[in-house]
Design a binder for this molecule. Sequence first.
Ligand code: ZN
Length: 99
Amino acid sequence: MDRPPELPPGRPLKPPPHDSPEVLMICPRCAHDALDTLAHSPVPGVWDVLQCARCLYTWRTTEPDRRTRREAYPAQFRLTQEDMDNAIEVPAVPPLHAG
Ligand SMILES: [Zn+2]
């Protein structure tokens, strides 16, 4: 199990040191700015689980930058609205081979 670090209760959620308060939270994968908060840490203010309202990417705020920050998210996995508009249907699973 991955336990949150021990911190005093009521500690305010601080952005990472390299972050600035003006930076808007956006989806690391598709850069959408409408995010839902799915869960809060048992100790308040340690982490939140966020989900993008557009591409449904979900992450915990304490995950590394490559999972939580658009500029650090791997370029080959980023999505744009165009990518999603042109996404083909997920192919059906073919019938199993007998024997
Ligand atoms: Zn997204």
